[in-house]
Design a protein around this ligand. Structure first.
Ligand code: DHE
Length: 539
């Protein structure tokens, strides 16, 4: 693999040899440490270990704070705050935990580069545009398909939302992270943690992988051009490492333009090599993407009407917002974008129409909205809500500056939840409920629990239930997604890849379980994306 190959050459290899001696780790153990660190730790703590969603893990700082091997082993085993209990969950063995504790006290290995040339060499078009159908060839109701991530299998399953049948399983990158739909819903755009992007065509007789590109070594976000006249022209991938964004042809994924996001912390001026691109949304008001630059604390507006080819300029407007930007979604009017600055405990609001920063709203510890949840409250008007990883709270924020100015960009209600550790929150205009998971709560009971609040009456106690069978499978309930007509919602039971689990389907009004999607293929299901709701930003 490129990752390990690049790390075993040159200075990096020399440095590792020295480390191995210093920490009593063999070069093989260092390789294993790097692999585990990349898979389990880098997302939150950063490849350079400077911290973001998770704490700073630079060896000098750990040592100065007296954090020795035993201390680190206890944290890795038992978890801490929103950090998973890697040992207790059975994801890392005691030997691997011992190794990781020592690895963390070793100097930070130099992460490898990934160039434009590398992307080009790792770009494949499986089905040229000229060979793709010009209208749907499937007889199924493809607009109600769900793309289901089978995280540790490196697969995406396409499931028919009407019949609940498995339509097709497609191989994707390592630990696929999210799917986004093209404006017309025809294509799913996939991005994996390994930076591999794919396009799945849902109009073919059966869903087909039509193009693929390895855009970087570590990524979490992808979107497409959606503004009138540009529909499907471009795709953009936000990379964690190397920190940059890459504009690709929207139909073939041919790389077109790479822009580094390395830069400075907005408040201190500290230089950041790791200045990662977190969430991306595509504006409905102009040919623009909104990119959230995590460590530096900026939101970038990238004008894709001109992407800087043939000597022309690329127009990127940089707004200082808050540090540690992560995930977010549109308010109901799709004009205002709300994004969590998780370690800053804030929600940032951007106006896509004017391109201006609107507000920075203090919320609880580690807000994590996914894309959030929108509804119209009888008193506060249109609101958007986020849960939190660390606090047991849901913050409900007013989003209607015109109709309800007194409540706009304020937390109008802080709801207490029975547990911390919420990852996703979701609703649909057709459902009276706001549904909440507790995926990273510290107990298996909480991980297996879902809660629903009446959207109209937030004072009322929620209805909470433990999902039967989840605990026995050591599964954590994660990510809620509604079907096209909003009559049901699906939640994944995320277990270990050795054991099949299930996706549970609930009636969106009665909250009664309707059915379960099961089968040998249902392994490590995480995010699910309904074509209609994803294409139309309904959440
Ligand atoms: Fe995610 C969204 C990053 C852990 C499942 N995740 C996002 C987004 C980012 C992100 C930046 C927003 C993308 C966008 O909207 O453009 N996630 C990260 C991390 O850095 C983090 C904390 C650690 C890591 O190493 O990846 C992380 N995420 C997780 C998980 O542990 C989850 C549950 C399973 C997994 O794949 O590892 C997970 N993240 C998801 C899902 C979404 C997501 C399902 C999309 C939610 C949606 O409804 O849009």
């Amino acid at each position: 693999m490129r990752w390990s190959k690049a790390l075993t050459v040159g200075l990096a290899a020399l440095a590792l040899g020295a480390l191995a001696v210093a920490q009593g780790l063999t070069p093989e153990q260092m390789e294993e440490g790097k692999k585990i660190y990349f898979q389990q730790c880098a997302g939150c703590h950063g490849v350079l270990r400077k911290g973001a969603t998770g704490k700073n893990l630079e060896p000098d700082k750990l040592k100065a704070a007296g954090k020795n091997v035993d201390y680190l082993k206890a944290i890795i085993t038992n978890g801490f705050g929103g950090m998973p209990a890697w040992g207790k969950l059975g994801i890392l063995t005691p030997e691997q935990i011992d190794l990781m504790a020592k690895f963390l006290l070793s100097p930070v290995p130099e992460p490898p580069p990934w160039t434009f040339e590398d992307i080009k060499n790792n770009w494949v078009v499986y089905v040229p545009v000229s060979k793709r159908p010009t209208q749907p060839e499937t007889t199924r109701n493809w607009q109600n398909f769900f793309g289901v991530i089978l995280r540790d299998m490196g697969q995406v399953a396409i499931v028919d939302g009407d019949t609940k049948e498995l339509v097709k399983i497609l191989p994707t990158g390592y630990a696929t992270h999210i799917l986004r739909s093209s404006k017309d819903g025809r294509y799913f755009y996939v991005i994996g943690r390994d930076g591999k992007a794919e396009i799945i065509d849902l109009w073919s007789k059966e869903p087909t992988l039509v193009a693929e590109a390895k855009v970087c070594l570590d990524a979490r976000s992808i979107d497409t051009s959606k503004y009138e006249g540009y529909e499907g022209k471009y795709a953009v991938v936000g990379c964690y490492w190397p920190s940059n964004f890459v504009i690709l042809d929207g139909q073939t994924l041919e790389p077109l333009k790479m822009v580094s996001t390395q830069g400075y912390v907005k408040s201190t001026g500290e230089f950041l090599r790791e200045n990662r691109v977190a969430s991306i949304v595509s504006s409905h008001f102009s040919p623009e993407w909104i990119l959230n630059i995590k460590e530096g604390g900026q939101t970038w507006l990238v004008d894709y009407a001109n992407i800087g080819l043939k000597g022309k300029p690329i127009n990127v407007r940089m707004i200082d917002t808050e540090r540690f930007l992560h995930d977010g979604g549109w308010a109901m009017d799709k004009r205002y974008f709300l994004v969590a600055a998780n370690a800053a405990k804030k929600i940032v609001v951007i106006d896509a129409k004017t391109g201006e920063f609107v507000a920075s709203i203090p919320v609880g510890d580690k807000p994590h909205p996914g894309r959030g949840a929108n509804w119209v409250h009888p008193k506060y008007g249109p609101v958007w809500a986020t849960g939190h990883i660390k606090d047991n709270k849901i913050a409900v924020i007013g989003t209607d500056p015109k109709g309800h100015p007194d409540y706009a960009w304020k937390v109008v209600k802080m709801i207490e939840t029975p547990y911390p550790g919420n990852l996703f929150i979701k609703t649909h205009p057709k459902s009276p409920w706001l549904i909440v998971d507790f995926t990273v709560a510290p107990t298996p009971e909480a991980n297996a629990t879902l809660c629903a609040w009446k959207k109209e009456d937030l004072e009322k106690d929620p209805i909470c239930w433990e999902v039967p069978g989840a605990k026995k499978l050591k599964a954590r309930m994660v990510h809620i997604e509604f079907n096209k007509d909003g009559s049901e919602f699906w939640v994944s039971a995320w277990g270990n890849k050795d054991t099949p689990t299930f996706i549970v389907v609930y009636d969106s009004v009665t909250l009664q379980e309707k059915t379960r999607i099961t089968g040998d293929w249902v392994r490590t299901p995480t995010g699910k994306f309904n074509v209609w709701n994803t294409a139309n930003d309904i959440y």
